[in-house]
Design a protein around this ligand. Structure first.
Ligand SMILES: Nc1ncnc2c1ncn2[C@@H]1O[C@H](COP(=O)(O)OP(=O)(O)OP(=O)(O)O)[C@@H](O)[C@H]1O
Ligand SMILES: [Mg+2]
Length: 470
């Protein structure tokens, strides 16, 4: 990188004779000399070059103020001075130090030589006021011509080099900035990629989880369903037979049996047995009905009987069966209150929506402290959307944690208690349904999650049920 050499010099001195001296030393190609050169060139065909070096361009100012004005004008024209010679004493105006201060305020690049026969201001003070000593030289009067010339040579060259260096630094900084920008971009792309992969990984785990829960539920439901079926039907017959036996017993008692039989009645506590057997039968029947309900819930929850296809489903039924499945998990933490609205069938993957309900309800139960809490499940619908809310009065989520809760593997629970996948999976499932999931939480008051689902899926969504959108 090169710039045109700058040989422009400003001389600030109140003595006109000094200006003459400087002009002789620094700009020997005076008007007369130039005319002579021109004549010589005309006569002998010489080139008008008297020196190998480019000539200095000397401007004169006789007071500090005038010097400053010239400096400003030079900058305005885009032709800055490389250096200035400044006299120390210049009555009645600014002295040299003040002049230099002002010049530097306007152009800090200016190289300066302070010229003095004696100093009114002690040097210590001068240097305190002019701390940029790397641009300041001292020339003591009376000076030698060669000193002046060398100073001008060296300082204009120094200005040039400093300028070139600054340009180089500028371009280097621009290159570094460009590099940094590219690196930042690459880093952002990498972050996006990482978080996409995390989501993908979570979704794979989710698919695996759902599949295995579904299979397990399907197996258990099938295995239990058959024996429960015949126990239940045998139970009806058994009740019937027992009724017969009790009627026979009653007839027998009425026929006044022999004393030996009567003592056997007492020994076998037949009177107590007559009261207890119907009770035992009733309790057992309750138990069997409950087992049957659990099996039904498991089947509903996993929807093993339906293929993985978007189908109209009753959300309330799904929520109820999910609540039964997780009843044990919440029984000791909270009461569940249902505030169901009117819901039309929702076209969805019912088992996956159940999974969402389960994650939200279990999270709500986990958020309860030592006091028993309350989980309210609300539902409702608009013309084309259905929604459900799971609201708890648990710990709440701190604002700094809130942005992360849907991230895969983000958990605040101890190792073994949470994997941090529940919400990220739920988010994926809701996305797949073209729905929304939102959260409203306040520390100390509780948390409400709301899931909104379209009542009907578009053809595109329904065709790709296994693709979970990240
Ligand atoms: N209802 C809630 N109240 C308070 N904090 C919650 C609630 N729901 C979620 N959180 C916070 O969000 C975090 C992430 O929840 P998420 O369900 O994704 O994972 P997890 O419950 O920790 O583990 P996992 O569900 O995989 O067993 C939780 O660890 C918890 O800090
Ligand atoms: Mg969870």
């Amino acid at each position: 990188m090169t710039t045109a050499p700058n040989r422009r010099i400003l001389l600030v001195d109140d003595m006109p004779t000094i200006h003459d001296d400087f002009r002789k030393i620094l700009a020997p190609q005076s008007a007369a000399k130039s005319a002579l050169d021109a004549t010589r060139a005309a006569l002998f065909g010489d080139e008008i070059v008297t020196s190998d070096e480019a000539p200095f361009e000397l401007d004169s100012a006789y007071q500090g103020q005038e010097g400053l004005a010239k400096l400003q004008a030079s900058l305005d024209q885009g032709r800055p001075y490389a250096m200035a010679f400044v006299d120390m004493r210049m009555p009645p105006g600014w002295d040299g130090v003040e002049t230099i201060e002002r010049l530097w305020q306007t152009d800090p690049r200016l190289q300066v030589v302070i010229c003095t026969a004696y100093s009114d201001t002690p040097w210590e003070e001068v240097f305190q006021r002019l701390d940029a000593r790397d641009r300041l030289l001292i020339l003591k009067k009376p000076f030698d011509n060669i000193e002046v010339r060398q100073l001008a040579q060296a300082l204009t060259a120094k200005w040039q080099m400093t300028q070139a260096l600054a340009l180089q630094i500028d371009s280097l900084e621009a290159a570094v900035e460009e590099r940094t920008r590219k690196l930042t971009q690459a880093n952002e792309a990498l972050q996006t990629e990482i978080s996409e992969r995390k989501h993908l990984q979570a979704q794979l785990v989710q698919q695996g989880n759902l599949a295995s829960i579904g299979q397990l539920a399907a197996g258990v439901a099938h295995e239990i369903n058959n024996p429960i079926g015949f126990i239940f039907s045998n139970f009806g017959t058994l009740e019937h037979y027992l009724d017969h036996l009790f009627r026979l017993l009653a007839a027998h008692e009425r026929a006044e049996p022999a004393a030996s039989l009567r003592s056997l009645y007492e020994e076998l506590q037949i009177d107590y047995l007559k009261e207890d057997v119907p009770m035992l039968m009733r309790e057992s029947k309750d138990g069997i009905l409950r087992v049957r309900q659990i099996v039904q819930d498991l089947k509903d929850f996993s929807r093993v009987d339906s293929a993985q296809q978007f189908q109209p489903a009753q959300l309330h039924q799904g929520i109820d069966s999910t609540l039964n499945v997780v009843a044990n998990e919440i029984r000791y933490q909270a009461d569940v209150v249902k505030e169901y609205g009117q819901l039309p069938p929702v076209e969805c993957l019912a088992s996956q929506i159940n999974q969402v309900v389960m994650n939200l309800v279990v999270n709500a139960a986990h958020a309860m402290g030592s006091n028993r809490g309350r989980i309210v499940i609300r539902t409702g619908a608009t013309a084309d959307e259905a929604w459900f809310e799971v609201a708890d009065n648990g710990s709440g989520i701190p604002p700094e944690v809130l942005p992360q809760i849907f991230d895969p593997f983000f958990t605040t629970k101890p190792v073994g208690k949470g994997t941090g996948l529940g919400l990220s999976l739920s988010y994926g499932i809701v996305q797949k349904h073209r729905g929304r999931i939102s959260v409203d939480s306040e520390v100390g008051r509780g948390t409400t999650f709301r899931v909104t689902l379209p009542l009907r899926q578009t053809a595109e969504a329904a065709e790709t049920p296994d693709l979970v959108a990240a």
